[in-house]
Design a binder for this molecule. Structure first.
Ligand code: ADP
Ligand code: ZN
Ligand code: ZN
Length: 732
């Protein structure tokens, strides 16, 4: 008997599959189908075929349509998503569907305009042009071009004639030419790329170590200071793996803004291997097209942000995670996966190597490298022998006279760079003009009405804006609390710093990089090109600038006001600040000119700054790990967070109280903490609280979560609060 019952995953917040009759449709596992659900029609993915259903057959409805595209998810992708959904306690169907490009979630066949090129066949090569009628000029020209060039792309055909594509299709029908799908070219940063340099000893050792077992699961941590040549190691490794039978390589980068640079480097090195990028700045059509090229095995190199970790790649042989410590690998809503952790699971299941690269590995990663779970490879020198490590100075801001928030030392250093025609970067992690608007009489501070946060002054737009919910208000003319007209923008943001510099250093060409100035898709790319072209003297920006960029003529980095992170209640704050500062510091003196870094702080003797001055990740990481072990924080324990929010705080309290009682009764091995309010008690008008669960082992925690979720889903109250589970939460 044919298996006529289909188990189908749907994009619904229910942790189960749904049974439908195939009704004579030929369907494959992993294929997209349309099914009736209540009064709606939904897209589903076929997970299994069966003879059995727990429901009576006559109650089952039939699949209404099968989309003619091949399976969208292969068995490896399906099982990876299943594993991840279980691990992160998220409904499988929602995990599956949200991993797909938007076009595949729409009720339509996935028609993309695939790009083709056309190759001449022996028959076409032998055909004598002179036997063709003279009036068929386009036919003759296309054939001639094919015979002389052997291959033509669609745009080359368009250049011959607007009817050339029609002609070439006839050639294919006549067996004069054959078509071949090609990877799309995406706009990249124009940069001249040098030839591959000879590896230094450390790089060579890293490469040969990994290549000893290229077909085995091993997690490698490539720990190398900025500029030590990690990317060069990735590329050599990719080269060797790619040359091997049809292999595909997946490279993850933390941010979209970093893809163009890396993409340009890879493209110039790997001209022979089709490369696609996958990130959220692509149009829906591009994303689908790139995804399909990866899924078909046509794209050999896939470079993408966290969402690309689930892309089906039939010949995946290597995963590289650049800047593995970056918190943007963690998804902060729906399925709260960490792309690095999923990558490790994927590599393990495929039995392939995975390489994590960073100058400042996440403490979790460092811990695993220490206990032997990961294999440590270190690059301790800058790769370009002339490039020296920058000199780092911390200036005590309590001991000098600040001018508009800048120390005399920093101002002098900036002037020196201008005189020498070198570039500078000022790092300040606050966008806007100033972080607060303060009444000088009664100390009123403009608050956001929807969040427990303060409004940021955006002077250019004459607005106060909340950086958490986006709410905007006009700047009041007088204090709403006491009527005083003397309201001060207090503290410094990127806009104010830009303005200050323009006044202080007339003639300097200044560019600001933050989320407000880079809202357009190519805006950052344009600024980066200007920096490379020498059209900018001073860059002012947020962490957007800290990562990855390589500016040979940049010799000064100034860091302004990062002290708040030193005293943050978040136990990961100092780890993050250290990584950030090491990264910005790494921007200085990447080429032959020595760099200088000036950090302005009230606490120059803080351990963190001592470690930064020595540029000593290892001892700082070890010290932090010791602290974490003493107080039993991750990575020494495993945690999960149950978050809840609602308009009415009483509901949140009731919901979490019930969950708390249940969790306490469910497990002796898991420590369940009393529900508490997060630092942001109110966000976007919602009252928030959470409950932390902590265990020595993962299985106990997973068991508790599964049972707790069964309980929560069965509670009517759960429909009245917004709740979510976060396994291995990064922020709370
Ligand atoms: P990272 O990724 O660790 O920051 P990169 O791979 O970008 O470092 O290398 C930094 C610079 O050093 C680049 O300009 C790169 O071309 C160059 N480089 C890398 N390896 C070598 C080498 N073995 N010899 C000379 N230059 C190198
Ligand atoms: Zn006032
Ligand atoms: Zn707000």
């Amino acid at each position: 008997m044919p298996k006529s019952i289909l188990k189908i995953a749907l994009d619904l917040p229910l942790d189960r599959l749904f049974d439908y009759l195939s009704d004579g449709h030929q369907v494959q596992i992993g294929q997209r189908v349309l099914v009736p659900f209540g009064r709606r029609s939904l897209i589903g993915i076929v997970i299994a075929k069966s003879n059995e259903s727990e429901f009576a057959l006559e109650k089952l409805k039939a699949v209404t349509q099968v989309f003619s595209d091949e399976p969208v998810l292969d068995s490896e992708a399906l099982s990876l998503l299943k594993f991840s959904a279980d691990y992160y306690q998220y409904p499988y169907g929602q995990a599956l569907l949200s991993s797909l490009p938007a076009r595949l979630r729409q009720i339509a066949p996935a028609l993309t305009r695939k790009q083709y090129r056309y190759l001449i066949t022996p028959l076409g090569q032998q055909t004598d042009i002179n036997t063709l009628p003279a009036r068929q000029t386009v036919v003759r020209r296309v054939l001639l071009a094919l015979q002389t060039q052997t291959a033509l792309t669609e745009s080359e055909l368009d250049a011959i004639s607007s009817s050339a594509r029609k002609v070439v299709k006839q050639f294919v029908a006549d067996d004069w030419a054959q078509s071949e799908q090609v990877a799309a070219l995406v706009k990249t940063l124009a940069m001249a790329m040098p030839e591959a340099p000879a590896l230094n000893d450390e790089q060579a050792l890293a490469l040969s170590s990994i290549m000893q077992t290229p077909q085995q699961f091993k997690a490698w941590l490539l720990h190398g200071i900025t500029g030590s040549g990690k990317t060069e190691v990735y590329m050599r490794l990719m080269q060797q793996i790619l040359e091997n039978d049809d292999a595909q390589v997946l490279v993850l980068v933390p941010e979209i803004n970093l893809t163009p640079q890396l993409e340009a480097r890879f493209r110039s090195r790997f001209a022979q291997f089709p490369l696609v990028s996958l990130h959220s700045h692509l149009s829906e059509a591009e994303r689908l097209h790139h995804w399909q090229l990866a899924q078909a095995g046509a794209a050999k190199i896939v470079i993408g942000t966290r969402l690309s970790i689930f892309t089906p790649m039939p010949n995946l042989k290597l995963i590289i995670i650049d800047e593995e410590h970056d918190s943007s690998y963690k998804q902060q809503d729906s399925m709260r996966y960490h792309a690095r952790d999923v990558a490790l699971m994927r590599a393990k299941r495929l039995n392939i190597p995975v390489v994590l690269g960073s100058a400042t590995p996440a403490l979790e990663t460092w811990h695993n490298a220490q206990n032997g779970k990961y294999h440590l490879l270190s690059l301790n020198q800058r790769a370009v022998s002339a490039a020296k490590l920058p000199q780092i100075d911390c200036i005590d801001t309590t001991k000098v006279n600040l001018q508009q928030g800048l120390t005399p030392q920093l101002i002098t250093a900036l002037k020196l760079r201008l005189a020498r025609k070198e570039q500078s970067l000022l790092f300040i992690n606050r966008r806007g003009y100033s972080p607060v608007l303060l009444c000088s009489a009664c100390h009123w501070i403009a608050p956001c009405l929807r969040c427990s946060s303060r409004l940021v002054v955006h002077l250019g737009q004459r607005k106060l804006r909340c950086h958490h919910c986006g709410d905007e208000q006009k700047i009041p003319l007088q204090c709403p609390s006491c009527g005083n007209a003397d309201l001060h923008p207090t503290g410094h943001g990127t806009q104010r710093l830009e303005q200050t510099l323009a006044q202080m250093l007339p003639g300097a060409r200044i560019a600001r990089v933050d989320r407000d100035s880079i809202s357009r898709k190519d805006a950052l790319l344009e600024i980066l090109e200007q920096v490379h072209g020498g059209a900018i003297d001073i860059l002012v920006g947020t962490q957007m600038l800290a990562k990855g960029h390589d500016f040979p003529n940049l010799t000064l980095v100034g860091v302004i006001d990062t002290d708040s992170a030193l005293h943050s209640p978040d136990f990961r704050a100092s780890e993050r600040l250290f990584a950030q500062l090491m990264q910005v510091a790494g921007r200085a003196g990447r080429a032959s000119i020595a760099g200088q870094v000036i950090i302005q702080t009230q606490f120059p003797d803080h351990d963190l700054f001592n470690a930064i001055r020595r540029q000593d990740y290892v001892s700082y990481a070890n010290a932090l790990l010791l602290e974490r072990e003493q107080v039993q924080f991750p990575p020494y324990v495993f945690t999960a967070l149950l978050r809840a929010e609602a308009n009415d705080f009483a509901l949140v309290q009731k919901f979490l109280r019930a969950a708390f009682e249940q969790a306490r009764s469910l497990s002796q091995d898991v420590l369940v903490y009393d529900p508490v309010r997060p630092q942001m008690e109110r966000l976007k008008g919602m009252e928030r609280a959470h409950m932390l669960m902590q265990a020595d082992g993962r299985p106990a925690l997973q068991r508790l979560l599964r049972n707790l979720l069964l309980f929560i889903r069965a509670q009517p109250l759960s429909a009245r609060v917004r709740w979510s589970v976060d396994v291995n939460p990064l922020e709370f």
